[in-house]
Ligand binder design. Structure first.
Ligand code: ATP
Length: 390
């Protein structure tokens, strides 16, 4: 896992810590659902587990909740080891994509359900339910049945029902997955507001990178049962630690090459076709090593001639796609493979090339980033396929 250097978790001690947690449902070791995850989640943090289907997000969440026992490792809630502690003794609540509301109960009774089971005094129940319905902006729907509500409203009832118990942490498994895009986007902002208001630690599972970027304080990007990077949204996007993270979060250009010289802050990357670009160096690098550079499509500028910068490559436009706010260009570079470039359609682009035109691609050194992992053996400077966009 990549070290999260810019954003250490809060010093007060994590609300939730996972130490080398693994889960094997049987079968061989490489197929284990979770293969050794370390996480440290701060009190009041909005923390997301993000990754493709089957990467182990839900299994990780279910182990934190107590619905699954890990095969190995420790789960600490506020410093207490939870392995062996049943789900209902963990002071944690979970919200699912299927709201699982009681159809025959009113909104208020759905929210009050857990408090009644705990025999909380009636006056306190009324007060807490009212307050919670107010927080999720459903105070005027208290007497309705779930079927009389929209999907987004039902999800807010499910949220209120979980939060009214005042858990120390709330686990959410793709809670907005059943909603259409517009409603999902407005619920993302709503969820973030509610989380800020109640101050409870949220752990949010999603495969939707835009959703994770919108809401999270920090994101853990998972792949094949392992965490590849833990960082705030901006860092995950702008400084992806691995090729997987760079490719999973948005579109990314990966440029493979060999470092020919290493200075204090920058180095020179030889792309193997006579072209060289300057790259930023963070951490120690050795001259001669094979590395991968990533640069986002919107950070690249297209010009007709070579721009006055040390980070530029020449190419031929293969595809032009108009996307409304921007235009996407696929460019075959002189190194032999393709890069993607987004140019804004706001009148600031210096050229509007057509298919077949020769262009120069340039970017600020600071807008590129060397991946922390070594590239796969095939991705060397001599291999044209090492220059790809994902
Ligand atoms: P999705 O987004 O599709 O829900 P996920 O990232 O949440 O995916 P998990 O549900 O944690 O992934 O599943 C991880 C792996 O573990 C998958 O290969 C899945 O088939 C397997 N798995 C999950 N639960 C079980 C189980 N109860 N028995 C056997 N295998 C399981």
């Amino acid at each position: 896992m990549a070290t999260d250097t810019l954003s250490p978790p809060p010093a007060a001690g994590p609300a939730i810590a996972l130490i080398d947690v693994a889960k094997d449902f049987g079968g061989n070791r490489n197929a284990a659902a979770v293969r050794g995850v370390d996480l440290s989640i701060g009190e009041g943090e909005f923390f997301s587990l993000l990754g493709p289907s089957g990467c182990g997000k839900t299994t990780t969440l279910r182990m934190i909740a107590g619905f699954e026992e890990p095969t190995r490792g420790q789960i600490l809630l506020h410093g207490r080891d939870m392995v062996g502690v049943p789900a209902d003794k963990r002071d944690i609540n979970m919200v699912f994509q299927s709201y699982a509301l009681f159809p025959h109960l009113s909104v208020a009774d759905n929210v009050a359900f857990g408090l009644r089971r705990k025999r909380v005094p009636k006056d306190e129940i009324r007060h807490r339910v009212q307050q919670m319905l107010h927080t999720v902006e459903l105070a005027d729907k208290a007497d309705r049945r779930p079927r009389q509500l929209s999907g987004g409203q039902q999800q807010r009832v499910a949220l209120a029902r979980a939060l009214v118990n005042r858990p120390r942490a709330l686990l959410l498994d793709e809670p907005l997955g059943a909603l259409d895009l517009k409603l999902r986007q407005s619920m993302q902002l709503e969820l973030k507001r509610i989380q800020r208001e109640v101050g409870i630690t949220f752990i949010y599972v999603t495969h939707d990178q835009a959703e994770a970027l919108t809401m999270s304080d920090r994101i853990a990007v998972m792949n094949h049962g392992l965490v590849e990077q833990v960082a705030p949204p901006r860092e995950v996007y702008e400084r992806p630690a691995t090729a997987f993270v760079a490719g999973f979060i948005g579109t990314s250009n990966l440029i493979g090459g060999r470092l020919t010289s290493v200075g204090a802050e920058t180095g020179v990357l030889d792309l193997g076709d006579g072209q060289r670009v300057t790259v930023p160096l963070r951490g120690s690098r050795t001259a001669g090593s094979a590395v991968e550079l990533t640069v986002r499509p919107e950070k690249i500028t297209l010009t007709a001639g070579p721009a006055d910068t040390a980070s530029r490559v020449r190419g031929t436009v293969r595809e032009v796609v108009y996307l409304g706010t921007s235009t996407s260009y696929t460019v075959d570079t002189a190194a032999g493979a393709e890069m993607t470039v987004f140019q804004p359609n706001d009148g600031t682009a210096s050229v509007s090339p057509a298919r077949g035109d020769t262009v120069w691609l340039s970017w600020a050194v600071d807008h590129s980033y060397l991946l922390t992992t070594a590239p796969a053996p095939a991705a060397t400077a001599a291999d044209p396929a090492s220059l790809t966009s994902r």
